[in-house]
Design a protein around this ligand. Structure first.
Ligand SMILES: [Fe+2]
Ligand SMILES: [Fe+2]
Length: 246
């Protein structure tokens, strides 16, 4: 089935489709003003009350019994706040796991639909999927080196799962095209890239040299993901628009 963007009379969402009806709708809205006075500040005040009363999203658990390596690592972090690093590692772990699933969906979509304005290589997508899975394991190892449990859902992991749930919905929707899925993957890869850059900075400032070196290797692969996905994303739009890439 052709899923590229096309012109059709089926889309009647715009107001211009029926000027007479839209004028009647505008007249009705103006004839019936809001039943209560006030503006959006009352809503903001209510929101502020909830913000002040709410508990945080979650917390980072205290490490259990520390074994040799974790003990040595945590000693290096005396006076710093390893829980911040653990939270961010938990976030990255959740994101990389979801990233693996995003590529699973995109690979299947490319193999099934094949319609795309971009010359997407399924082999390259499979490599990216493998790398996301490896990054997941790398982050799990980093968490263990800090005496943290990689199966814990940290607050950052919780928030990032909510943020990427829209991307997952787009990828798993059978109606979306390869091109629309590329747009969604680009959103994920931009955040992924920034997340690794921040982790490298954080682990580096904490003096965790081995971890920083491992993360730099992951970032080099993420560089490649972002560059390639961005290229396909542009290529698909330009091809469908009938203009060529420069
Ligand atoms: Fe990633
Ligand atoms: Fe990635």
């Amino acid at each position: 089935m052709e899923k590229s963007v096309e012109m059709s009379t089926k889309n009647r969402t715009g107001i211009g489709m029926s000027p007479a009806d839209s004028q009647r709708m505008i007249d009705a809205a103006q004839a019936v003003p809001p039943s209560s006075s006030g503006d959006e500040s009352a809503l903001a005040a209510l929101d502020s009350a909830y913000i002040r009363e709410s508990e945080p999203i979650g917390s980072v658990p205290a490490p259990g019994t520390l074994k040799g390596m974790a003990q040595t690592t945590l000693q290096k972090l005396t006076g710093k706040h390893p829980e911040v690093l653990i939270d961010k590692l938990g976030e990255r772990l959740a994101f990389e796991r979801t990233g693996t699933r995003l590529y699973d969906y995109l690979i299947n979509k490319c193999e099934t639909a094949a319609e795309s304005g971009a010359q997407v290589s399924v082999d390259t997508l499979k490599r990216f999927r493998r790398e996301e899975a490896e990054h997941f394991k790398l982050v799990a190892k980093a968490l263990e080196s800090l005496g943290a449990d990689p199966t814990t859902q940290t607050p950052g992991a919780d928030v990032s799962a909510v943020a990427s749930s829209g991307v997952l919905q787009i990828l798993s929707d059978p109606r979306t095209s390869v091109d629309q899925s590329l747009e969604a993957i680009l959103t994920a890869e931009l955040v992924d890239h920034a997340g690794w850059e921040m982790l490298i900075r954080l682990a580096g400032e904490m003096g965790l040299d081995e971890m920083t070196a491992d993360f730099r290797a992951a970032l080099a692969e993420e560089d490649d993901h972002l560059r390639q996905v961005r290229h396909w994303h542009e290529q698909s739009a330009l091809t469908h628009a009938g203009v060529s890439m420069t």
